[in-house]
Each structure stands twice: as C-alpha cells, then as structure tokens.
Write a protein that binds this ligand. Structure first.
Ligand SMILES: [Mn+2]
Length: 244
C-alpha cells in the first residue's frame, strides 16, 4: 500500500492515522433499518463489512486509539433496535482492538450520549491530538481564534468524486485537502457501505467548510486500500467539462 501523508496524517484506506489514533467517520449504524421504514427494502448488510474492513485497516496499520468522528448512528430522534444492538456490539469490538475509544458528536448523534453512557464512554465535540483537531464538521467552531492546532480533520460531507464512465457516473470515496481560514483542512470519506456519499463535482456541498473556494483543494480517491491522487478540484472540473 502507498503511504500517503496529508499534513502529517496518513491515509490508511477509509481511515486516517493521526499520531497514534485511527480516525473513521460517518458510520451511520442503523441506516438500513431507517431505509426499511421509508419503504426501501435493503437487507442489513453493513455491520460485518464495517468490522472486517476495520480489521483489514488494523492489519495494515495498528494503532492505540480509535476516533469515531461523528454520525456513529443514523436516526436523529430515536435509537432503533438495529442501532442498539449494532452500536453496543461495535463498542465491544473496538474495546477488543483499541486501548482508547473517542466518540465525537455528529449531527445525527443527539442520542449517542445515551449509548455512550451505557458503555462507559463520553461524547466529545472536539478532540485534540498534537497538531490535529478532530471534529465532525457540520458547524464551524464559534471560538475560531482560540484554535491552536494547525490542522482540522472533519467528516460529515461523505465526499466522493463522480467519474463518468460511458453513460454512468462512478463514485469513488475521497479525501479532500485544503485550507480554511489559515488552517489546514482535511475532509475524510465516510466509513459507510450503505450509501456511497455525495459527489463533490456534481452535488452541492453539505458542510459549511466546503461552501466556498474548494477549487484549489486536492483530491485523493481511495479504492480498496489503493490511494489515487486526482489533482485539484478545478482540474477535475475542467477535465470533465471537456467531455460532457
Ligand atoms: Mn454528519
């Protein structure tokens, strides 16, 4: 596997290693049950994929700690049966593999503190390690000037690049590397296999960090432990416009 470092954090497939922590984001446990309620009948397939993928990440890159960077579970207003069983099992799984578990609050997590309390964990708004400040990325911190870390690591966006192949657009999960108000910014892909994510080239951005000026940001796609450097967002847009 190629070792690609972004501002000193290392890409390990869909996880990012910062100091001795592996960071994963946007698991959305329980997503399938939420889709079933909406009449979209998908089987519950994600959980075994998550644990086996994380074991594979660990076989490439062991780490002392794990950070779940928000949207651990999917439902806003309740804890579904699937969420209870999968989140509790997942915390047990993490305890078997890591000495420290850090949960970060996402916008889908108003009830995650209840799960955290049951498992003896806490939910944090931010987590700092060395020069990195890890946060979900649905809100820009109000006390911006008090941030001492050089690099922010966010999720929330579930970024992908949509590459056209013939009639269809193939979405590849990606990292984004850029600058935001004098800070380094890294946007992580989702550690989620129910939905691919949003196409930064063709869809409107969710995160307030991505609303403006991402043309100069660099894109690193990930596919099964391969990292592909795609250049800048503006290059990808220019390249696409030649063909569409
Ligand atoms: Mn989110």
């Amino acid at each position: 596997m190629d070792d690609i470092s972004l501002y000193g954090a290392q890409i390990v497939d869909l996880a990012l290693l910062a100091n001795d922590y592996l960071i994963i984001s946007d698991l959305h446990l329980g997503y399938e049950e939420a889709l079933n309620y909406q009449g979209v009948m998908v089987p519950k397939f994600q959980y075994p994929l998550l644990t086996s993928r994380l074991e594979e990440v660990l076989s490439h890159q062991p780490a002392e700690g794990i950070i779940i960077n928000g949207d651990f579970k999917h439902e806003f207003g309740k804890i579904s049966r699937q969420e209870w069983s999968e989140t509790l099992n997942f915390v047990d799984f993490l305890r078997d593999h890591f000495q420290e578990i850090v949960l970060i609050q996402g916008n889908h997590d108003p009830l995650t503190p209840i799960i955290a309390r049951k498992t003896g964990l806490e939910v944090h708004k931010y987590f700092s390690t060395g020069n990195f400040l890890v946060m979900h990325g649905d809100q820009i911190p109000k006390k911006w000037d008090e941030i001492g870390e050089e690099t922010l690591i966010i999720g929330h966006e579930h970024p992908t690049v949509g590459l056209r192949s013939g009639e269809r657009v193939e979405k590849i999960k990606c990292y984004l590397k850029g600058k935001f108000r004098q800070k380094n910014l890294l946007v992580m892909p989702s550690f989620n296999f129910v939905s691919e994510g949003s196409d930064i080239l063709h869809e409107k951005a969710l995160s307030p960090f991505l609303k403006n000026g991402i043309d100069q940001w660099e894109v690193y796609g990930v596919e099964d432990f391969e990292t592909l450097y795609f250049g800048k967002v503006e290059d990808l847009l220019r390249f696409q416009s030649q063909y569409i």
